[in-house]
Design a protein around this ligand. Structure first.
Ligand code: CDP
Length: 644
C-alpha cells in the first residue's frame, strides 16, 4: 500500500550487526523473488506511517507530524511494538497483534463456536503470526456420554492433541510460528491426565500448558484438605444449551457431578513434580487475575496468551509494546525520568492507534468486535536489567525490588494518564459501563506497592488521585494498559542485555555464527560489564582473564579480585535465588494490570520442595501465575532459546 517516502531529514537507526541481521531476516518486507523490498529505515517508516495514519479517523489533520514522532520513537529504540506490528503494518494481511484467546465450548459443531470452528479460527490467526491461548476447561471429561453419537467423549487432553497435530501441520505466515497455550482448571476431572500430558518432551510440542489454579485449591493445599474434581452433569437437559463456566453452571442450578476426590496436596505435588522435571505445566492463578479483571460484566478470565503474560476474554487480542529502559539511562547512574515519561505517553498513543489500524482477521469478525469493545493495550518494558546495571542496583535484592516497583509504577501512572487524555479526545472504551472503570460506579482503586519505598531515585512525584479524578471525569480509553512481554525478538533487535523484566542471562558467552558454512565463534561480553571493569581501573590483560573466567563459570560471583561493588551489581539469572525472582515478579505485578512474563530460575539440584515453596510464595504475594525452570532439566529447549 503506497505511503509517502521516508523524509530525508529523519535520522537513521543505529543497530548492532546481530540486531540488523535479525531485523532484516524477520521484519523487512520481501519481493516475490525474496529480495528485500525496503531498507531497514524504510521498514520503520512503513510502521510509523501506517499506524499514524489512522488518526485521521480521530480528527488529527496532521498525520505526517505524528508519523515523524513515531518514527523517531522507534528508531531511537526507545519503544518497540510486538513483532506482528513490524511484519504486518501496511501489508495486505495487516494483522498486528501477538496474542489472542479463543473460546472452546463443549460442542462438536452444532454451535458456531464449536470445537472445530475454534480450531479453524485459530489456524487463520496463526497464519498472521498471532499466538493463541485456549481454556479447555469447558470440555466434558473423557469418557462421559455423548448423547448424539451414543459414544464417549474425547476429553480436553484428547482435543488438545487434535489441536496440536493440526497446528503442527500449519506453516506460519511470515517468519514466525505462533505459539499456543492450553489451560485446564485444577478442578476439572481430567486434570491429572493434563498435568502429565507433556512428560515426554516430544509430545504436544506446539503448546505450552498451564493449570488454572483457584484460591480455594491453594487453601486446600495449605490445610491439607480433600479436593473435588467436578463437572456439570452433561445428561441434564439444561446442559445441552449451556455454554458457561463451572461457577455459572452452579449459579444456574445445573447439577454438578463430583467425579473424584483427591488430596489437594497430592495434586499440587503432581504439578510441582512435573514442573520441576521440565518446566511444565506452568501455573495460572485465575482468581488473582479475575480480581483485577477490568470487565467482569463481560466475562471471567479463563486463559492467557502463549507466554502467560496476557489474560484475555473470548476472541480478545492484545497488541503488546515495550519501552526500552536501556535507552532511558540518566547521567551518573540515574534514570532519565522525563525521557521515560515522554516515551510512555507516545507509546500509549501508538498502541491505541494500533487497535484501530489492526486488520485483525476479517474471516473471524468476532476478533475486531472484541477488540473494539475493550480496546486493550499492553505496554511493558525491556532492558530493566540494563537500567539496573547502570544505576548500580542488584536485581533481586530488596532495593532491586523497590527500584523495579518505582519504575513500573511510574510507567503505569503515565500510561493511565495518557489513556484518560485519549478518552477525552477520542472517547472511552465502549464497554466502560459496568466495568471497574465505570465513571458512575468506579470500582478501580490505585495500585499500591507491596514493597516499602525507602530510596529516592529522583523520580518526579506521582499523584494517583489525579488518575481517579480523571477517570471519574473522562473515563479511560483502554480497559487494560500494561503487560510485560518476554520481548524475545524485539529486545534482540533493540540490543538489550536483559529481556523484558528479566535479569541478564549471561555476562559473557561464545556465540556461534554461520559464516558461509563455516562456524565462527564470537565472544560476546556484556558491554555494561566491560565498561564497569574498565572504569574500575582494571588493566586490559586482567580484564580479558576475567571475561574468560566468566565464560567458563557463567557468572562473575567467584572472581575474588573484582571490586565488591561490581560483583554485587552484575548478577545474572543464576545468581539470583528463586525467592528473589518471585519477589521481583510480585513487586512488578503490583503495577501491571495484566500479567507479566517471567521465569523463576532454580539452580541445578533444586528440590521439588523448593519449587512448591516458590509457588506458594507467588500465590501469597499476588502473582497471576508462575513459570519455573530448574537449570539443566530441559536441555533441548534451552539450546533452542539460545539459538534464536
Ligand atoms: O519480541 P516479540 O514481539 O517478537 O515477542 P515476545 O515478546 O517474545 O512474545 C510476545 C507474545 O507473542 C507471546 O506471549 C506470544 O503470545 C506471542 N508469540 C507467539 O505466539 N509465537 C512466538 N513464536 C513468539 C511469541
Amino acid at each position: 500500500l503506497p505511503i509517502p517516502p521516508l523524509p530525508e531529514d529523519l535520522p537513521k537507526i543505529e543497530l548492532t550487526e546481530n540486531a540488523r541481521q535479525v531485523l532484516i531476516r524477520r521484519y523487512v518486507r520481501r519481493n516475490d523473488d525474496g529480495t528485500p523490498a525496503e531498507s531497514v529505515d524504510e521498514m520503520f517508516w512503513r510502521v510509523a506511517y501506517n499506524i499514524a495514519k489512522v488518526e485521521v479517523s480521530f480528527g488529527n489533520p496532521d498525520v505526517m507530524t505524528r508519523a515523524r514522532e513515531f518514527y523517531i520513537l522507534l528508531t531511537s529504540k526507545k519503544f518497540f511494538p510486538n513483532s506482528p506490528t513490524f511484519t504486518g503494518a501496511g501489508t495486505p494481511l495487516g494483522q498486528l497483534a501477538a496474542c489472542f484467546v479463543l473460546p472452546i465450548v463443549d460442542d462438536m459443531g452444532r454451535d458456531s463456536m464449536g470445537i472445530f470452528q475454534t480450531l479453524r479460527d485459530a489456524a487463520l490467526i496463526q497464519q498472521t503470526g498471532g499466538g493463541n491461548g485456549f481454556s479447555f476447561s469447558r470440555l466434558r471429561p473423557k469418557g462421559t456420554v455423548v448423547k448424539s453419537s451414543s459414544g464417549q467423549a474425547t476429553g480436553p487432553v484428547g482435543f488438545l492433541r487434535v489441536y496440536d497435530h493440526a497446528f503442527g501441520e500449519i506453516a506460519q505466515g511470515g517468519t514466525r510460528r505462533g505459539a499456543n497455550m492450553g489451560v485446564l482448571r485444577v478442578d476439572h476431572p481430567d486434570i491429572e491426565e493434563f498435568i502429565t500430558c507433556k512428560t515426554d518432551e516430544n509430545a504436544i510440542t506446539n503448546f505450552n500448558i498451564s493449570v488454572g489454579i483457584t484460591d480455594a485449591f491453594m487453601r486446600a493445599v495449605k490445610e491439607d484438605a480433600e479436593w473435588e474434581l467436578r463437572f456439570p452433569d452433561v445428561t441434564d437437559p439444561r446442559y445441552r444449551t449451556f455454554r458457561g463456566t463451572l461457577e455459572q453452571a452452579e449459579q444456574e442450578g445445573i447439577p454438578i457431578r463430583t467425579y473424584k476426590k483427591v488430596r489437594a496436596r497430592d495434586l499440587f505435588n503432581k504439578i510441582v513434580k512435573q514442573a520441576h522435571h521440565n518446566g511444565e505445566p506452568g501455573v495460572l492463578f485465575l482468581d488473582a487475575a479475575n480480581r483485577s479483571n477490568p470487565v467482569p460484566h463481560l466475562y471471567q478470565l479463563e486463559a492467557t496468551n502463549p507466554c502467560g503474560e496476557q489474560y484475555l476474554g473470548p476472541y480478545e487480542n492484545c497488541c503488546l509494546g515495550s519501552v526500552n529502559l536501556a535507552q532511558h539511562l540518566g547521567d551518573n547512574g540515574t534514570v532519565d525520568w522525563e525521557g521515560l515519561r515522554q516515551s510512555v505517553v507516545l507509546s500509549t498513543i501508538f498502541l491505541d492507534d494500533v487497535v484501530e489500524a489492526n486488520a485483525y482477521v476479517p474471516a473471524v469478525p468476532q476478533l475486531r468486535e472484541a477488540a473494539m469493545r475493550a480496546r486493550r493495550i499492553g505496554l511493558g518494558i525491556m532492558g530493566l536489567a540494563d537500567l539496573m546495571y547502570h544505576c548500580g542496583i542488584r536485581y533481586g535484592s530488596p532495593e532491586g525490588q523497590e527500584f523495579a516497583a518505582q519504575v513500573m509504577e511510574f510507567i503505569r501512572y503515565h500510561a493511565m494518564q495518557t489513556s484518560i487524555e485519549l478518552a477525552q479526545q477520542r472517547g472511552a472504551f465502549p464497554a466502560i459501563h459496568g466495568s471497574i472503570y465505570d465513571p458512575e460506579n468506579l470500582k478501580w482503586a490505585p495500585p499500591q506497592s507491596i514493597v516499602p519505598y525507602t530510596h529516592d531515585y529522583g523520580r518526579p512525584p506521582i499523584d494517583w488521585d489525579i488518575i481517579t479524578e480523571g477517570i471519574r471525569k473522562h473515563g479511560i480509553r483502554n480497559a487494560a494498559q500494561t503487560t510485560i512481554a518476554p520481548t524475545g525478538t524485539i529486545a534482540t533487535v533493540a540490543g538489550c542485555e536483559g529481556y523484558g523484566c528479566e535479569p541478564v542471562f549471561a555476562l559473557a558467552y561464545i556465540r556461534h555464527v554461520n559464516d558461509n558454512g563455516k562456524d565462527l565463534q564470537l565472544i560476546y561480553a556484556s558491554p555494561a560489564f566491560e565498561k564497569a571493569i574498565a572504569r574500575a581501573g582494571i588493566e586490559a590483560e586482567k580484564r580479558q582473564e576475567i571475561l574468560e573466567q566468566i565464560m567458563r563459570e557463567g557468572t562473575c560471583q567467584h572472581i575474588k579480585d573484582l571490586p565488591e561493588a561490581i560483583r554485587n551489581v552484575f548478577v545474572v539469572s543464576a545468581d539470583i535465588t528463586a525467592e528473589e525472582h518471585v519477589r521481583m515478579q510480585a513487586a512488578l505485578q503490583a503495577f501491571v494490570d495484566n500479567s507479566l512474563s517471567k521465569t523463576i530460575n532454580f539452580p541445578e539440584g533444586a528440590t521439588e520442595e523448593d519449587v512448591a515453596t516458590a509457588y506458594m510464595l507467588a500465590w501469597e504475594l499476588g502473582c497471576k501465575g508462575i513459570t519455573v525452570y530448574v537449570t539443566g532439566s530441559r536441555e533441548k529447549v534451552v539450546l533452542e532459546t539460545l539459538k534464536t
